[in-house]
Each structure stands twice: as C-alpha cells, then as structure tokens.
Design a protein around this ligand. Sequence first.
Ligand SMILES: *[C@@H]1O[C@H](CO)[C@@H](O)[C@H](O)[C@H]1NC(C)=O
Ligand SMILES: *[C@@H]1O[C@H](CO)[C@@H](O)[C@H](O)[C@H]1NC(C)=O
Ligand SMILES: *[C@@H]1O[C@H](CO)[C@@H](O)[C@H](O)[C@H]1NC(C)=O
Length: 315
Amino acid sequence: MKSLFLSLLLVSILFMNSFSEVRGRKWKGEGTTQNLESIFIGRCYDYIRIVNPAVGEKNCLELWEAFRNAFINKHPCNILPKDYELFIKLAFHTIPANKSLFWENNQLLVKSFTSGARRYMSLSDALFGFVADFLIWCGQANSTGLDYESCPTMEECENNAVDSFWRMASITYAQHSSGVIHVLLNGSAEGGAYPVKGFFADYEIPNLQKDKISKIVIWVVDDIQGPDRDSCGKNTVKILEDRLKALGYDVTCTDNYKPVLFLLCVDYPDDSNCILSSSAPPAQRRPISSDRGGSWNKLMFVSLVGFLFRSASVY
Ligand SMILES: *[C@@H]1O[C@H](CO)[C@@H](O)[C@H](O)[C@H]1NC(C)=O
Ligand SMILES: *[C@@H]1O[C@H](CO)[C@@H](O)[C@H](O)[C@H]1NC(C)=O
Ligand SMILES: *[C@@H]1O[C@H](CO)[C@@H](O)[C@H](O)[C@H]1NC(C)=O
C-alpha cells in the first residue's frame, strides 16, 4: 500500500515536471547554445589570430553585433538569408583556389580531413562558418533576449535563424569557390550519398560559378564495416554526376578515396581495409601487439641501415 502511494507520488511529480517543461518550450528544437556570445567572439579571435591569420584583421565585436541583429527581436520563423548579409560582408574572405570541400552526411570526418583549413577549406573552415559551427540560436518577437529553452526546427519553419544562416553562408561559399572543387560524400548514408534535397543540392550547386571552376572531384567513402549503399556511377551519385555534367562541368568520381579512408581507419586499425601494404595477405599482417612491435623494430632497423648507408656514401 505504501509503495503504491510512493509510486503514484513519483508518477505525479514526473508528470508535473514534464508539464512545466513543455509550457516553457515554444518549439521542438533545442534552445540557444549557452554562452553563445562568448563562443562566437572567442572563435572569431581564435580564427583571425591562430587558425587562419591570412584573412587579415576583423572586428570580432562588430561581427557579433551584425550576426545578432539578423535574428534578434524578430519572430524566430521570420529570419531570411538576406538578414545575415551584413554579417557575411564583414566576415568575408576569399576561399583559396582548389581548397573548397563540399560534403553531406559526414561532418565530423570533414572536420578532421580539412584539418582546420590547413588541408582543405570547407565552409566550417572559413571564418563565416567557423564562428557558428555546431551552434544553435534564436531570438523572440518583441524581446532582445535569446530563447535558451527552444528554437524552431526545419520542420516547424524553414525560415528559422539557424537554417537561414547556413543557406546564406552556403550560397556565399559556393559563389567564391574556384579551381578544383572537391565533394566528399558518405557511401553508407541512408537514402543515398547525395541527398537530392539538401544544402549542397539546393544552395551550393546552383551558386557555383562555372567560369571559375576547372574540375569537380567527387569522393564517395563508405564507413569501415558499414553498408555500401552508394558508389560512383550508381544511384544518387549517378544523379549528381549527371547533373554536374549537364551543367558543363568536368567531373571525376572515386570510391573510397584512400586518404579519407585511412582517416576512418584510425578507429578500425584491425580491419582488412586498413592495412597499408598490399603485398602481405591480411591474415599474416593481423596486428597483434607483439607483431606491431616487430614491424616497428623492423622499421627502425631499415631506417638505421639507410642512415648508415647514406653516411657511408658521404665519406
Ligand atoms: C589548382 O589546381 C590546378 C590543377 O591541378 C593547377 O593547375 C593550379 O595551379 C592550382 N592552383 C593553385 C592556386 O594551387
Ligand atoms: C555515414 O552515414 C551513416 C548512416 O547515416 C552514419 O552512421 C555514419 O556515421 C556516417 N559516416 C561518417 C563518416 O560520418
Ligand atoms: C509585438 O509587438 C507588436 C507591435 O507592438 C504587436 O503587434 C505584436 O502582437 C507583438 N507580438 C508578440 C508576439 O507579442
């Protein structure tokens, strides 16, 4: 009897909690990221001082004001890409030729592959994407406050603060990409590697400047031990290749491009796809720890012999 009473009490407390939570939340999506302003301004200084000082001097406080004014004091479903125009204008810098990398469905992989603009410069490695990467934000009508409780999702309204921002940023990034353009797609993604509706399809491809682009290189990389749902010349990748060719681009496509595959191998050192040398059969090379020590010793030995040989030939 006592335990029944306690259970009922517990259930009603849980019910009341979720009820009050629902009351405070206007939207289905997560609310504004805590400390948004500090993160934004800190990232901006990090970018111009450490990550990519080549972009030159920027006023990070002014950038924040321009960004904030795009969505503050407005209904969170009434934000248009052009509301971020001033922010983009202030944050803009050129995207180096041959460095553009477009992607879908593999954000974290892209992050390690571009290596903070050192190797490639995806949108998130340009200042105007870098400051907002992974963040959520929205304001509210008739208030200068941010909504930390909830923000509208894409399903609730298309013209929300975050999606309109990325639309504007994607358009700008595509317009200023030049030379050899790279596209990294996930061959294990559900529904196909190339989403026929998505940022790349809807805002980036239509804004590429044909006369500035020499070639489009597509890489379709499957997850290690993941399904091979899509490949060059098949399914949605074929749709993409055909679309780009019809637009007059020189297009190449490579499945499981090695440099990217090897990044994935960091998490699967024992997988047969992750063995560097093709001369030894996988079974023999299975890296148990003592064997790994063996390879390392062999490597050291070979380096030492090479060194001695070079030294000898100098004298
Ligand atoms: C971009 O790549 C093309 C083709 O590989 C090359 O001819 C050109 O010099 C490269 N441009 C830059 C700025 O690296
Ligand atoms: C590729 O897509 C699958 C399915 O959505 C996902 O589980 C996986 O993490 C993605 N791979 C990468 C490298 O992001
Ligand atoms: C905001 O203020 C305007 C004008 O003062 C008013 O018409 C509108 O109903 C208000 N909106 C909300 C959500 O309170």
